[in-house]
Design a protein around this ligand. Sequence first.
Ligand code: C2E
Ligand code: CA
Ligand code: CA
Ligand code: CA
Length: 278
Amino acid sequence: AKRRSTNSYQFYTDAMRQQMLLRMELETILHQALENQWFQVYYQPRVNIRSGQIVGMEALLRLPYNGAFISPTEFIPIAEETGLILPIGKWVLQTACKQNKQWQLKGLRPLRVSVNLSPNQFSQKNLLRQIEEILMETGLAPEWLELEITESAFMNKGAATLNVFASLRQMGVHISIDDFGTGYSSLGYLKRFEIDCLKIDKTFVDEIGRNRKDSNLADAIIRMGKSLNMTIVAEGVATQAQLTFLQESNCDQVQGYIFSPPVPPAEFELLVNKENLL
Ligand code: C2E
Ligand code: CA
Ligand code: CA
Ligand code: CA
């Protein structure tokens, strides 16, 4: 028995060491990526569920490395822990606003770009000034920028953070709640903060047509959001059955592989020029 516990102990430390090495390696890569401008931003269309028209796009960070991409689900948590998310997040905001303005100058139909903001970024004291500066530098009007924040960014936040939120809204920047339904939902904040948009998490959408309870949940989220005058976006829509269900439930917009994965800017332009993606 003793030997077995020794073995399992050793196994555990090996796994831990491996994980630590991976983290350190990723942290080094993140530093290099920032310094050498390896990061890219891809764009995924948001489509109006009735007209089939593209009405916006989500900016998604890409990190090419050794001929492949390291997934944001791997490197974002490390960027958050190390504080690197602040310079990286600022770069994403700059890049997405600049790109959107370039598209507008080129004569593309004006679209809103939404950028993911980590809770750490949202708590930055200078976030408001940073965003004002980026909008000034790029010349993008605030109404063409949306920030995607997860529910946890609202929890346990002081008055200062909440004021930043109000100021952003006053400027005309849109705010959406990302991954809705997966966090601690004290629904009170939805009303208090006048959020523009709810994004229903992909895990609910995945179960549409498969699992009655989750389909009902998606439907209930849509009803609730609409009753608070919010725009409802379903994420990760991949099948026609899901799309039909969401159309019948009166969802407003969809994002998902059924239309397009996130793509580089040049490819996104081609999509926008299509009349209808349905
Ligand atoms: P998210 O904000 O929920 O973004 C949606 C994710 O779902 C994206 O993954 C997108 O590629 C993926 N997706 C969209 N439609 C489909 C679909 O039909 N099927 C499937 N299987 N997946 C779909 P991605 O780009 O890998 O990003 C993962 C997460 O990393 C994001 O989840 C977000 O939390 C984070 N992230 C990405 N870029 C940034 C960024 O610039 N800043 C911050 N703070 N986080 C980011
Ligand atoms: Ca998002
Ligand atoms: Ca999401
Ligand atoms: Ca997510």
